[in-house]
Design a protein around this ligand. Sequence first.
Ligand code: ACO
Length: 322
Amino acid sequence: MYARIAGTGRYLPPKVLTNADLEKMVDTTDEWIRTRTGIQRRHIAGPDETTSSMATEAARNAMEMAGVGPRDIDLVVVGTTTPDVVFPNVATLVQANLGIRDTPAFSLETACSGFVYALGIADKFIRLGDSKCALVIGAECITRLVDWTDRGTCVLFGDGAGAVILKPSEEPGILTTILSADGAYGDLLSYPYGVSKGFDQLRAGAPAAIQMKGNEVFKVAVNTLSRLVDQTLAKAGIDREAIDWLVPHQANLRIIQAAAKKLELPMKQVVVTVTDHGNTSAASIPLALDTAVRDGRIKRGQTLLLETFGGGFTWGSALVRY
Ligand code: ACO
């Protein structure tokens, strides 16, 4: 028994922030941002939008494509680093918004890897027979954690949500997943303020924001993703020629190009949305997936490699027959 993607969906906030807009906010240029990251614009959540409101819209979109209603769904998993509140968790907020009742509903926080982790867990629920219709979401309001005066980070991020519906199938679907992490790298990329740590500083109005040693993150990301590609292919027992599409985490075009090179895959077989979305953390892969499904690039029966890397560090992959 496999878990198969029955539908995909996405939501992007209407407000768009371009590189030209950022030029007016910090000492940067469109040219610098494009050359170093590939990003041209990103969507920013409005004051009334939240991670759960965006997740709900993406879920509606995926449910419509899959032809399922709230009563069909028996599992809700959300990957996010930016929950609306500490609790109730985002998955239960989505549940309430959509009228899904009496199912497991939980969020997990593995930074940019949140969606792949959520997918890997839902895959196991389905393979074990514990779910017949899972709603899996990556959603992020990450720009709320950004210091808009820090040019080193504020140009990178955007908000949004993506979702998939998974159903059991005898035909191949998710072929394999790898989930991994190494906490020794925690300090290279963090938002070190929360509830049991840094709370007093937050209350006192500390200038809390994402902290990142960009150069070092870049190097570990490229090396780890390169190893991950080999591990995933070996675990699934397939050659790299079998991959039709790379659907990577959208942090930086140069990191994506390095992964494509490792796979010897031309960029025309790589789904790139970082240009228009920026780094939306856990939302980036399902946003990219839905974009390429709906514009007709990704077709049924094709083999996709999803791969991600994020704060923690966490990383993971999913090899998927769509
Ligand atoms: N505009 C203009 N100049 C800038 C900007 C900016 N927005 N930001 C930094 N600079 C300057 C720096 O101050 C520095 O100047 P200096 O040489 O006078 O000191 C110079 O540009 C080079 O800075 P670096 O940090 O070395 O630039 P780099 O080429 O490494 O690019 C970047 C920075 C884009 C952040 C890159 O390191 C990167 O992408 N790292 C990966 C981290 C990442 O993607 N994080 C996102 C979250 S994690 C994830 O999703 C994987």
